[in-house]
Design a protein around this ligand. Sequence first.
Ligand code: 7TS
Length: 414
Amino acid sequence: MSTAPAAVPIFDAARIRKDFPILERQVHGQPLVYLDNAATAQKPKAVLDCIARVYTEDYANVHRGVHTLSQRATELFEGAREKVQRHLNARHSHEIVFTRGTTEAINLIAQSYGRPRFKAGDEILISAMEHHSNIVPWQMLCEQTGAVLKVVPIDRTGTLVLDQFEALLSNRTRLLAVTHMSNALGTINPVEKLIKQAHRHGVPVLVDGAQAIPHMAVDVQALDCDFYAFSGHKLYGPAGIGILYGKEELLNKMPPYQGGGDMIRRVTFEKTEYNALPYKFEAGTPSIVDAIALGVAIDYVNAIGIEAIAEHEHRLLAYATEQALQIPGLALIGQAAEKGAILSFTLNRIHPHDIGTILDHLGIAIRAGHHCAMPVMDFFGVPATARASFGFYNTFNEVDALIAGIRKVIEVFG
Ligand code: 7TS
């Protein structure tokens, strides 16, 4: 007797797209094909409605009022922190610090963790595939302290050279700051392994999760990273809100990053006593509604399921890669074995900005440029690349539109 097959969840991008009002709009008279998700993701109606609803019904400042609205806003804000805690599997909600984004989180670590500790000759280790926001804050810190920046190289596929990583870890290394996934190449780094190796040398690790967080499950306890940073806007939440996760023990030892309201327990002109975690790092009125809406974005993503998302995006990338490789003159930049849903490429003699402009006229949004990763461009000897980056609402038809668009670009410039 045959039995019914077990229910297999089918990824229904068409249904999901209905939740994103912007995906219904047209650009230059063509249906929008949004393939710039690595820069920022679009927002589902649940997030948009949350923003309007909180400002309409529950808005007040947090942590300071006895009145009903302030208590309500505080509950929602702290509830969002707990959602982030659960999403990252952090041990405590006070290990979750709200920031403006990944950039601010990394600067916070540089200035609050690094600046008081690092001395001349100490080494900060990063990789050759970092976004500028995981390079420049360390260079600023090096100027302030005399510490030295060391860079783990990549190979021609865009993969980290692990032997070199091992060789560069020394008794002078004070911190490893590395991206979980490269925004310019798509490479996914073996962060768990890197963290284990760094810890063997007593080196703490900051993971830049800006690109990884929309595409994969992140468990900070399993990774055992010391710090993890990401931005809400790439996770289908609002811009202007981001997260710094830090181990309680380390955050407790760090001085505040900024001074102001909310981060204090008691202020006199002689001395100020700082507030407990996480408030010590949240000076001033936070981006209240954006934090709450980030919680809603996390709920939305989890309702689809991060594994289902990863699988769908992996299939999109495999399909796009296969199609792209058949286009004469197209060179893929970034061909690591472990890759997230980013397709970075160049076309013979055609500038990426021209590719981007022609695609835009076809309604297709990609990014052309150095992607805030100029050292990656230098390494590959190109001024820029064209980059298509996928989110869970993208479809195979959109990949077809991209490929047809690229062929059109070649026709125009051919
Ligand atoms: N780290 C990585 C790996 C990133 O991709 C980005 C943004 C950042 C840090 C900074 O994030 P922010 O939210 O603080 O700006 N990446 C991109 C991009 O690829 N195109 O636009 C922004």
